[in-house]
Design a protein around this ligand. Structure first.
Ligand SMILES: [Zn+2]
Length: 300
């Protein structure tokens, strides 16, 4: 296949049936979205062998060497699909596939006759006729194939902090709170907690009544504990909302591409709108290049 040639559909099957799968919005996927992808793919992926790999030699944040994918993944049976932070790891008998959705990436399940979406860079055809497709228009994602033993040493995985839902979020925040950085930056640091992104970080700070601009080392321990609980609460609510979208056999119809789950956001994206707590206007401040949304009266 020539350099940069788009992957072509093998047939012209038209329409977007229920198999036209998951579609995510332009918002960056965070822990709940990635976990929902994991739950939807797991029953179709685990136990199945990869019969063919089609890869396009694009330049992502990391990965896709077509020859590598073919040599190591073709013929491999997947044994587990694991999430660590925002990474997904498809463990195979002989190799592991490591994915990160970056800013715009999607991992979708499709039947082989389904046409390829634009920016499909990788296709893993499974026995039984289903395919896992990696689509990434902005190419900030990761799609790497590794020896099983190389996983632990992968630099991105090795530095990940605990899972904010399953792990000790309070301990992680307390340890990180010696930092003079704004607390929002601490929450986004994947070495502190793995899986939080800007949307749920802002929402957790709103729930805990803490300003995203406040220096981490100026927050009292009991407020850090409240923040850890708030992180868990917003992520769990989003996971539950994602779970509801999964009930239709594990797929989200392309027509229903609301992107982020129907979670009611208190502050994120709500600049100028009234705060539910005090009625004052939500403000937006750009902090380290990314928007922070908060209520200056309710969040200190
Ligand atoms: Zn308020």
């Amino acid at each position: 296949m020539p350099w940069g040639a788009p992957l072509r559909s093998r047939s012209r099957a038209s329409g977007r049936g229920p198999w036209a799968c998951m579609v995510w919005s332009t918002a960056m996927p965070e822990l709940p979205e990635v976990e929902t992808v994991r739950r939807s793919l797991e029953p179709h992926l685990v136990g199945r062998r990869v019969v063919a790999v089609e890869a396009r030699p694009v330049r992502l944040r990391e990965g896709i060497e077509p020859a590598d994918w073919r040599a190591r993944i073709e013929g491999t049976r997947f044994t587990a699909l694991e999430r660590r932070g925002k990474y997904l790891i498809a463990h195979g008998e002989r190799a592991a596939a490591l994915f990160h959705l970056g800013m715009s990436g999607r991992l979708v399940l499709a039947r082989s006759q389904e046409p390829f979406a634009p920016h499909t860079h990788l296709v893993l055809r499974l026995e039984g006729g289903l395919e896992v497709r990696f689509i990434d228009p902005r190419r900030f994602g990761v799609a790497v194939v590794l020896e099983p033993g190389a996983l632990a040493a992968h630099p991105s995985l090795a530095r990940l902090g605990p899972d904010p839902v399953r792990g000790d979020a309070e301990g992680a925040l307390t340890a990180a709170a010696r930092s003079r950085s704004p607390i929002r930056s601490v929450l986004l640091d994947q070495r502190v907690l793995a899986g939080l992104g800007n949307i749920y970080a802002n929402e957790a700070l709103a729930l805990a009544g803490i300003s995203p601009l406040r220096r981490a080392d100026a927050i009292a321990p009991r407020r850090l504990a409240a923040l850890a609980a708030a992180v868990r609460q917003v992520l769990t609510a989003a996971l539950d909302a994602g779970g509801t979208t999964l009930r239709d056999g594990g797929f989200v119809n392309a027509a229903g591409d609301g992107g982020y789950f129907a979670v009611k956001l208190a502050v994120y994206g709500r600049e100028g709108q009234p705060c539910a707590g005090c009625g004052g206007a939500i403000v937006r401040r750009v902090l380290a290049g990314r928007s922070a949304f908060y209520c200056p009266r309710c969040q200190r």
